[in-house]
Ligand binder design. Structure first.
Ligand SMILES: *Cc1c(COP(=O)(O)O)cnc(C)c1O
Length: 400
């Protein structure tokens, strides 16, 4: 390009940083797609070269747990799309969270997290981390007074999802970041549901962003992976004080799948968002549906906030049918097109029951406190024709 101008999001998603940086991977052999370096180790030129790399005196690849060219291409890409200094990839979203918390917290430190979060995260925060002396407390992040009251002088991290899994509650990112910084803590956002295309927490003041890249970033339901993006000193600390020592790294092949997924992220997110809004509207007028939660609906309690901090509202909907839990399970069993499966953000429409599936780690009391009702059904609207998705829900609801 002759003229220097900022490229748009969709262009960067397709071309990545490699066309902006002469030294980027793949340049000498002019491969349009990023090569997959399925190599556990990398040969040194000689003994002295190896020693220099280990001593950090020279840049280069040593061993894939410490760094891999395909993985680093992905890490640069997510950092760029999230507006962060650097990125780091992990074997799963849970690995990204565990390493982030272990990298910055020690015994006696505290993590304050949202009470409405992914079930695995809830288990990590309430049962695993406390075994290592890390203090944790879950509060409702839609109520900033509760967040403020939970923070003490040893609080290192305020961690939350927005939109939250599975209720779709929306949290004010800028307001939580302001509380965190006033109290010398980090605001870390799980941006899985929104993706960097729809929401940029770092631009709103958050310190770092975590993804279950298994979901929208991969987008095709074929790999499990996690990502972190944030400031260099913080991300380096997570890499050096947790990931490199404990493990839990991504396979270079999965890193490549995510690089491929990122190329189509904007197109997919536009369609997921459009279709989900149509499905949410259809459900909200259905006589057998008692309530629908979708940030794009005017009836959503944080709709105005969602409009301010998101570009569109993504593809996940929560709803409940008349007859509660039993009737809800019958809807799952009578769907013909929607697949009964956990996970979300896939090309396929997925339907599941959080209380008995993704959020089974919650006690009855914790479910009630988080506003996850027994009858809540979570629907991840896929990329099929929206008329077919609605027709399937229509026939399932008719059989109730
Ligand atoms: C799925 C999910 C996770 C966990 O990620 P994995 O890739 O399954 O380990 C974390 N946060 C959210 C919001 C999720 O949906």
């Amino acid at each position: 390009m002759s003229e220097k101008r900022e490229l748009k999001f969709s262009t960067i998603a397709v071309h990545g940083r490699k066309h902006l940086d002469k030294h980027e991977l793949g340049r000498p052999i002019r491969s349009v797609s990023t090569p997959i370096f399925m190599s556990s180790t990398f040969a040194f030129e000689n003994a002295d070269h190896g020693a220099r790399l280990f001593a950090g005196e020279e840049e280069g690849y040593i061993y894939t747990r410490i760094g891999n060219p395909t993985t680093q291409a992905l890490e640069k890409e997510i950092a760029y799309l999230e507006g962060a200094e650097v990125g780091l990839a992990f074997a799963s979203g849970m690995a990204a969270e565990a390493h982030t918390f272990l990298g910055v917290c020690g015994a006696g430190d505290k993590i304050v997290s949202g009470d409405t979060i992914y079930g695995g995260t809830h288990a990590l925060i309430t049962t695993v981390l406390p075994r290592f002396g890390i203090r944790t407390q879950e509060v409702n992040f839609c109520d900033l007074a509760q967040v403020e009251a939970a923070v003490d002088e040893r609080t290192r991290v305020l961690f939350f999802e927005t939109p939250a899994n599975p209720t779709l509650g929306v949290v004010d990112i800028a307001a939580v970041a302001e509380i965190a910084h006033r109290k010398n803590a980090l605001a870390i956002v799980d941006n899985t549901f929104a993706t960097p295309y729809l929401q940029n927490p770092i631009a709103l003041g958050a310190d770092a962003v975590i993804h279950s890249a298994t979901k929208y970033i991969g987008g095709h339901g074929d790999c499990v992976a996690g990502l972190l993006a944030g400031k260099k000193d913080f991300v380096d600390r997570v890499a050096h004080e947790s990931l490199h020592e404990i493990g839990g790294i991504i396979s270079p092949f999965n890193a490549w799948l995510l690089l491929r997924g990122l190329k189509t992220l904007p197109v997919r997110m536009d369609r997921h968002s459009q279709s989900a809004l149509e499905v949410a509207k259809y459900l909200s007028f259905h006589p057998k549906v008692t309530w629908v939660s979708y940030p794009g609906l005017k009836t959503h309690p944080q709709h105005e906030l969602a409009r301010r901090q998101m570009r569109a509202f993504s593809g996940v909907i929560a709803f409940e049918v008349r007859g509660g839990r039993e009737a809800g399970r019958r809807v799952l069993d009578t769907c013909e097109l929607c697949t009964v499966a956990v996970s979300l953000g896939d090309v396929d429409t997925l339907i599941q029951h959080p209380a008995s599936m993704t959020h089974h780690t919650y006690s009855k009391e914790a479910l009630a406190a988080a506003g996850i009702s027994e009858g809540l059904i979570r629907l991840s609207v896929g990329l099929e024709d929206v008329d077919d998705i609605i027709a399937d829900l229509k026939q399932a609801l008719a059989r109730l």
